[in-house]
Design a protein around this ligand. Structure first.
Ligand code: SAM
Ligand code: SF4
Length: 436
């Protein structure tokens, strides 16, 4: 028997891609392959890609062009691309990068080992971007990076068609997983030592399978012994019934953190984005959630520079950020994506203005996050210890239920445990403390 073949996997983009990469790794391992972090020794190099912003795609184009020379030197090397960019740009990739031998769309990632095997037979490039196929929802073998925490997709696709977003085009229509599927995956994770699950979906709270709503699914997942924390993302403000708020408040395992993208504080822009809510209704929802769960920490996504965003619209977003007081926010510069409805919208905001507005909101949010974290000085917070701090291996790192990063001193025996930490210092992104 020859040496096992080695596959190197690079992941770009969101949590769904990270999960898909764990599955892809698991499938290759099951087929007898070895995963390697060292690209130089790999027989197959796979890029699992994102298409949401132009910048993400530019990074992948750069990586593909960098690999061209090596592919010429090593004709046996298989370079493959999968994920959203493979789905969106298959023809362009095939034309500009003939050294890429496998192009695998979002509905075919479970077939990657087979596509690679076909490509190694040397009959030219293999492309599978069939979107008519049902999304793959069954549990598949996985190579998990972390035993303690795991992603669990509960749905795939999105049908919201926010006008700026490529996801509905590259991930296809929405499909929820059967609750028994989700539960059996969570149970198997719990048996394997997992203590925290993150339920994933592009629009996680629109989950519905037959009579089972997202709120009911949360209650079922909370019934799995050993799972101490449940998180979920991303929630859309338009799908937030009282039943869900009640479930979040009542289930102790549901973490006191909610990621609730606002995108803009201007109703005119929200309408042009096709977000189906107004700032007033968003503010009302936040009031209800905070009323029911006072300890909840909120985070959000904000998009600056959407076509037609005036100074006044921008001021409304800045005002919204200030008024809601998010614990943290991802602030993105609008990226024009061909094929979306916003691509056709005018007037475009000048890049220079987008850069300025982006910087302004970042600095504003930094102050808000700092203020929020400063209020935690002296508090004792429950932390799930995930490992050693990446910046300072002498210290431990973990997260609170409210998703705050905490760094503190302690021995490796605490990893995987829930401990209480008293907070002594605060920065906008991290709390520093001592175990009690
Ligand atoms: N489904 C989730 C939701 O509705 O909030 C988020 C998914 S999306 C991939 C993650 C974030 O990327 C969005 O909330 C939005 O702020 C940002 N995003 C999407 N399209 C974008 C674009 N064309 N340019 C810049 N940011 C974008
Ligand atoms: Fe994109 Fe909107 Fe769907 Fe989120 S809800 S994935 S932003 S279309």
């Amino acid at each position: 028997m020859g040496a096992p073949r080695r596959v190197h996997l690079r992941t770009y983009g969101c949590q769904m891609n990270e999960y898909d990469s764990e599955v892809i790794a698991g499938l290759f391992e099951k087929d007898g392959w070895v995963l390697t972090d060292d690209e130089a020794v790999a027989d197959v190099i796979l890029l699992n890609t994102c298409s949401v912003r132009r910048h993400a795609e530019d990074r992948v184009w750069g990586a593909l062009f960098d690999l061209r020379e090596r592919a010429m030197r090593e004709p046996g090397l298989i370079i493959g691309i999968c994920g959203c960019m493979a789905q969106a740009k298959a023809q362009e990739i095939a034309r500009r990068c003939p050294h890429v031998k496998v192009i695998c769309g979002t509905r075919a990632f479970n077939r990657l080992p087979e596509l690679v095997a076909r490509a190694s037979e040397g009959k030219g490039g293999v492309i599978d971007i069939d979107m008519t196929r049902e999304p793959y929802l069954a549990d598949l073998p996985k190579k998990r990076r972390c035993r303690l925490k795991a992603f669990v997709p509960i749905m795939r696709g999105c049908e919201n068609y926010c006008t700026y977003c490529v996801v509905p085009y590259v991930r296809g229509r929405e499909a929820s997983r059967a609750p028994e599927e989700v539960l059996s995956e969570v149970e198997s994770l719990a048996r394997d030592g997992c203590r925290e699950v993150m339920l994933l979906g592009q629009n996680v709270n629109s989950y519905r399978d037959g009579g089972v709503s997202f709120a009911e699914l949360l209650r079922n997942v909370a019934g799995v012994a050993g799972i101490e924390r449940i998180r979920f993302m991303t929630s859309h403000p338009k799908d937030f019934p009282d039943e869900l708020i009640r479930a979040m408040a009542e289930i102790p395992q549901v973490c006191r953190h909610l990621h609730l993208p606002l995108q803009s504080g201007s109703d005119k822009i929200l309408e042009r984005m096709n977000r189906s809510y107004t700032f007033e209704s968003y503010r009302g929802l936040v009031g209800q959630i905070r009323g029911a769960i006072p300890q909840i920490a909120l985070s959000t996504d904000i998009l600056v520079g959407f076509p037609g965003e005036t100074d006044d619209d921008f001021k409304q977003t800045a005002h919204a950020l200030d008024e809601i007081g998010f614990d943290s926010a991802f602030i993105f510069k609008y990226s024009d994506r061909e094929g979306t409805r916003a691509y056709e919208l005018k007037p475009k905001v000048e890049e220079e203005i987008i850069v300025r507005r982006h910087a302004e909101l970042l600095s504003m949010q930094e102050k808000i996050s700092m203020e929020k974290n400063r209020k935690l000085l002296g508090a004792s917070l429950e932390v799930l210890v995930e490992g050693y701090s990446p910046r300072n291996p002498e210290r431990l790192f973990g997260r609170t239920g409210t998703n705050k990063r905490v760094v503190f001193g302690g021995g490796g025996d605490l990893i995987g445990k829930l401990v209480y930490v008293i907070i002594r210092e605060a920065t906008p992104l991290t709390l520093i403390g001592e175990e009690i």
